[in-house]
Design a binder for this molecule. Structure first.
Ligand code: NAD
Length: 255
């Protein structure tokens, strides 16, 4: 078990762009980390990187489309660390296209990763947090969950569901001292964005340079800038923020 005074955070999608920036930040702040992502080798290599730098992390690899994995993860983390202070539902899946381009598989896997997994993880984490006297949860929604961007029907739909879920949760569990919020980034320089450009046959560097010009601040976000906001929302400094959808968009609104 971890030292009892150390806060413990579960981060899903921990090996991706935003997740990785977040767990690095949490490790630097002295939190103990449950590293959740799909690939065992990726989670284990991130865990050894953090532990070699003096942090404390353990691997909880699994597929978020697996209901049992989601239902059991919070208790597994609690059993190994002895507490859970923070849950960040950061993993996400993006599928491009209008409704007529969206397959049954696009629909079901996007719903499973972006909506059902956070639902299951939060449902399992709340009783543990309540028993401990409180906690903090952040869901990674998107600007496109507030106002939909073009040609991403299922992504926008799932991120809007996650935004609505966050507002419900924020209200329903405040009395248990569990603060639940969401971050809603616009474009962020991560593998998700770069892979999307590659799939469309675009050079990621050229596409990002072009995209930078569409942002009033002059550039898209770096993963660390989203991690900073998540870390703030889960910290005691955000003690009165509850049920909020925090847009992080460099001044670029989606409408
Ligand atoms: N990059 C952006 O422009 C952007 C904008 C707004 C919101 N977001 C959201 O931010 C979050 C993080 O995205 P990112 O940009 O870091 O993307 P990313 O692709 O770099 O990371 C996503 C992570 O989620 C994990 N994941 C996906 N499906 C999974 C599954 N079935 N089981 C377990 N893990 C799974 C992936 O393995 C990956 O490590 C996502 O929810 C995304 O929708 C990203």
């Amino acid at each position: 078990m971890t030292s009892p005074e150390k806060k413990v955070a579960i981060v899903t999608g921990a090996c991706g762009g935003i997740g990785r920036a977040l767990v690095k930040k949490y490790a630097a702040q002295g939190l103990a980390l449950a590293i959740a992502d799909q690939s065992q080798s990726a989670t284990e290599s991130l865990v050894s990187e953090i532990n070699q730098q003096g942090g404390e992390a353990r691997s909880f690899a699994g597929d978020l489309t697996d209901r049992a994995y989601c239902d059991n993860l919070p208790m597994q983390v609690f059993n190994q660390f002895g507490r859970i202070d923070i849950l960040v539902n950061n993993a996400g899946l993006i599928r491009r296209g209008k409704i007529t381009d969206t397959s049954d598989e696009d629909f079901s896997s996007s719903m499973a990763v972006n909506v059902e997994a956070p639902f299951r993880l939060v449902r399992a984490a709340i009783p543990i947090m309540e028993k401990a006297g409180g906690g903090s949860i952040v869901n990674t929604s998107s600007c496109w969950g507030i106002n939909p961007g073009p040609d991403h029907l299922i992504y926008c739909t799932t991120k809007a569901a996650l935004a609505a879920m966050t507002k419900c949760l924020g209200r329903d569990h405040a009395h248990q001292k569990i603060r639940i919020n969401a971050v809603c980034p616009n474009e962020v320089n991560t593998p998700m964005l770069r892979t999307g450009f590659k799939i469309r046959g675009l050079d990621p560097e050229d596409a990002i340079n072009k995209l930078n010009q569409s942002v009033p601040l002059g550039r898209i976000a770096e993963a660390e800038e989203i991690a900073d906001v998540i870390a703030f929302l889960t910290s005691d400094e955000a003690s009165y923020i509850c049920g909020s959808l925090v847009e992080i968009n460099g001044g670029k609104a989606v409408y």
